[in-house]
Each structure stands twice: as structure tokens, then as C-alpha cells.
Design a protein around this ligand. Structure first.
Ligand code: UGA
Length: 429
């Protein structure tokens, strides 16, 4: 099959490389000439495990090409997948500008019976608007579909190759049959449903997971008050098969490019359909406030952060990515600096200054954990990168009083305390 993927962001590049690896001819299309030039040279503008290798391999095999020309790409494609960004608009709804712009640009070149599928996360009603827009400029018969994406950053190639399920939202048998042909190779369940259901499934999955994290974070707050240990609680509840032990890790709140945005968007969408004040609105508020409430608590444990030397370990929003969107570090570092601390931070991949464009003289990014914690009064473990959690902290305990804020509950509290550190975890004492 010949497939065009519009948008060479995270989802677009991963999908393009993986679809090509399945034997399809794939054209990655973007209006950003710079990006396309880089991709043609096999350079991925962000870090994602295994992606660059796959991209180069598929280009060499001539299954994957990149272009900025809508005419060149669309005129030869049976399936067009829109994977452009949908940033949050000022009213927190999804900004559909780029989705609609791509519809306008592709319309004149559509071939007969082409399928135009939206992979970007969009609210119900969007595909109908897109189809209307295309019809204004095209007389050929074409089909619309919704193809929500469920991959995670950090394991995107693996997730795309090993999906838990494929969701296809459409109206026509022709679309289901054709997209089944594309996806049957995965041997995963394929869910056929209406377009609105597919779009709701994507928001529901992300909002549910965000709610689950928020819930366990709230329980961790209670454990902190009564001497219970959240990890023991999770172990106990997780044996109930209805609940399970996965995806329950408490922390400073969820981050990344998806959960905060999707929860806000579903909340904003709820308001537009007269469902104000529902759970989605609340989840977003709780998550936003959480990190600051915890920082105030932490401050008390070390008698203030003023003049303290602090190591911040982990800058990205989670391990195995250099993505810093809504990362805890982007809130923790400015907060500590505003309180008069000086910081040495370490991350295996992410770069704080590149992301924030903020150069503080009180913040220095260093090359490893050892350099970051040398002389530190307090250590913030923010991200569970293996290089950070496997570091032998007890061996590096200094004479001064030192506190470890284990914000992902990754360390053994007894071992850390035995080495002489003050240990502060999330929901455990
Ligand atoms: C998330 C979803 O997991 C994907 O299924 C979805 O496709 C993607 O959003 C998207 O919409 O594109 P991602 O943002 O890459 O993927 O990351 P996750 O691994 O799900 O983590 C999200 C946030 O939740 C991170 O800040 C993570 O630290 C936090 N988290 C996760 C917890 O605090 N506790 C947990 O138990 C799990």
C-alpha cells in the first residue's frame, strides 16, 4: 500500500518508519523543509529508542521517503494519515488549526477511494468538519476514518509493533477492510467502531490512566499522614485481579505531552457539551497543584532551601526520552532557585537550557550522578532512569547531613537511612 503520513512529529515519524517496515511504501510529508532535510539524512530531531536505525533502514530499502510536496505525496496515496500537532488552545480545547490546514492542502490531489484518517488526538465532530472542508475542494469519492494512537514515548517503536489493540473508527466496510489489511500483520485485536467512539476511546484511555495516577497520589498523601507505606498498600490492593499492580506508581504528578493536554481537552470538551464540573476538571486541577504542595512539605524537612546545594536527578518527564514537556524538573528547578538554592542537575538525555531557554547561574547541568551529588545537602530523584536508580547512593554518603527526596519511590528506604541519609519518599516514611 502507498501511505502518506502528514506531520513528522513524534507519532508521524514513528508510524512512518513502522508502516514502511511492514512492507508498505510510505511518504512522510511536512511543511517544515528543515525537518524534512534532516529526516532525509536519517536524522531524527528527538531521541527515541530504535527509531533512527529503523528510519535509515527503511529509507535504504526505498520504502520510506520524505517530502514537502502535497501534490507528490497525496496524488499517489491510497491511505493518508494525519498526524499533525493539536496543541491546546487558550480555552484548553484542542486547537485544530493544523489538522484543518492539512485537509485544505491535501484536498486538490486526492485520488479516487483514498482514505483520509486522523491519528492526531481530536474531539468528536472533528472528522466531519475535515470531510466538509475537503469536499469544498475535491470532487473525487474519498473516505474518512479515525485511527487513534496509543504508543508511549520511550517505547514507541516497540508499542507500534506490539499494540494491545488497534482501533478503527469509520462508517464504511470499504475502510474497515482496507485498514484491516494494513494492521492484520500485528495479530492484535482490531476494534471496529464509530468515528466518535474511536475518538472518545483515545481520550478515555489517557484520562483514565491519568485519573488512576492521581488517585494513587491522593492515597499516598493519606499514607504520609498515618504511617502506612503506599508501596505496601499497592501490593495489597494489586493482588485483587480487578485492580492489578501495574501503572500505579505514585510521584509528583503525571507529565508529558499527552496526559496533561488530553485531560484538559476532555475537561474543556465536557464544558462545551454542558458537563461542567465533572471529574476531568478536578483531575487536572489536582495534578497541577500537587507538585507545589509537595515542595512546600519537602522544604520543611530540610529547614528551607535557602543556600542549600541541591542535586536534581532526571530532567525529562520520564525515562528513555529527552522530552521535557510538563516534566517535574521544569517546576522543581525554578522553585528551588526562587527559594535561594543552587543546583547541579543530571540527565542521561534531556537538556534543561535547550528546552526552557533559561540559563540560571544557580543551575549547572553536569555529566553524571556522582558530579551532581558531590557536596549536595539534598538530592531530588525525579526520574527513574536506570543510571540514576541503580547508582550506589550509600557509598557516596558524605559527612554533612544529606536528604534524599525519592520522588518515584525507587530506592530502598532502609538501606538509604542506614547509610545516614534522611529519606523522604512519596507516601512512605
Ligand atoms: C501516554 C499513554 O500511556 C499512551 O498510551 C498514549 O498513546 C500517549 O500518552 C499519547 O497520548 O500519545 P506517555 O505520555 O508517553 O504515553 O507516557 P506514560 O508512560 O503513560 O507516562 C505519562 C506520565 O504519567 C509520566 O509523567 C509518568 O511519569 C506518569 N506516570 C505513569 C506516573 O506518575 N505513574 C504511573 O504509574 C505511570
Amino acid at each position: 500500500m502507498t501511505i502518506t503520513i502528514i506531520g513528522t512529529g513524534f507519532v508521524g515519524v514513528v508510524s512512518a518508519a513502522v508502516y514502511a517496515s511492514l512492507g508498505n511504501r510510505v511518504i512522510g510529508l511536512d511543511i517544515d523543509q528543515n525537518k524534512i532535510n534532516k529526516l532525509k539524512k536519517g536524522q531524527v530531531p528527538f531521541f527515541e529508542a530504535d527509531l533512527e536505525e529503523l528510519l535509515i533502514e527503511q529509507q535504504k530499502a526505498k520504502r520510506l521517503t520524505f517530502t514537502t510536496s502535497y501534490q507528490e505525496a497525496i496524488s499517489q496515496s491510497e491511505i493518508i494519515v494525519i498526524a499533525v500537532g493539536t496543541p491546546s488552545a487558550p480555552d484548553e480545547t484542542a486547537d485544530l488549526r493544523y489538522v484543518m490546514k492539512s485537509a485544505e492542502s491535501l484536498a486538490p490531489y486526492l485520488q479516487k477511494d483514498a482514505i483520509v484518517a486522523i491519528k492526531s488526538t481530536v474531539p468528536p465532530g472533528t472528522l466531519e468538519k475535515l470531510i466538509k472542508k475537503i469536499k469544498k475542494q475535491s470532487k473525487v469519492k474519498f473516505y474518512g476514518a479515525s485511527l487513534p494512537e496509543f504508543l508511549r514515548e520511550g517505547s514507541a517503536v516497540y508499542d507500534t509493533l506490539h499494540p494491545d489493540r488497534i482501533v478503527i473508527g469509520a462508517q464504511d466496510d470499504f475502510v474497515f477492510k482496507k485498514l484491516d489489511q494494513l494492521y492484520e500483520v500485528f495479530k492484535a485485536p482490531i476494534v471496529h467502531c464509530s468515528v466518535a467512539s474511536a475518538q472518545m476511546a483515545k481520550y478515555t484511555a489517557n484520562t483514565y490512566l491519568a485519573t488512576r495516577i492521581t488517585f494513587i497520589n491522593e492515597i499516598a498523601n493519606l499514607c504520609q499522614k498515618n504511617g502506612a507505606d503506599i508501596e505496601e498498600v499497592i501490593n495489597a490492593i494489586g493482588l485483587d485481579q480487578r485492580i492489578g499492580q501495574h501503572y500505579w506508581y505514585p510521584g509528583l504528578g503525571y507529565g508529558g505531552s499527552c496526559f496533561p493536554k488530553d485531560v484538559k481537552e476532555l475537561a474543556a470538551y465536557s464544558r462545551t457539551v454542558g458537563e461542567e464540573g465533572n471529574l476531568m476538571n478536578k483531575i487536572n486541577e489536582i495534578n497541577k497543584q500537587r507538585i507545589f504542595d509537595l515542595l512546600i512539605d519537602f522544604e520543611k524537612k530540610v529547614n528551607g532551601f535557602a543556600d542549600k546545594k541541591i542535586a536534581v536527578l532526571g530532567l525529562s518527564f520520564k525515562p528513555n526520552t529527552d522530552d521535557m514537556r510538563e516534566a517535574p524538573s521544569t517546576k522543581v528547578i525554578p522553585y528551588l532557585i526562587s527559594k535561594g538554592a543552587s543546583i547541579k542537575s543530571y540527565d542521561p538525555m534531556a537538556n534543561y537550557e535547550e528546552f526552557t531557554n533559561e540559563k540560571h547561574k544557580e543551575h549547572q547541568q553536569v555529566a553524571n550522578v556522582k558530579q551532581a551529588i558531590k557536596g549536595a545537602d539534598a538530592i531530588f530523584l525525579l526520574v527513574e532512569w536506570p543510571k540514576i536508580v541503580n547508582f550506589p547512593f550509600p557509598e557516596f554518603k558524605e559527612k554533612r547531613p544529606q536528604t534524599i527526596f525519592d520522588c518515584r519511590n525507587q530506592l530502598d528506604p532502609d538501606e538509604i537511612k542506614k547509610a545516614g541519609y534522611q529519606y523522604v519518599g512519596i507516601g512512605r516514611s
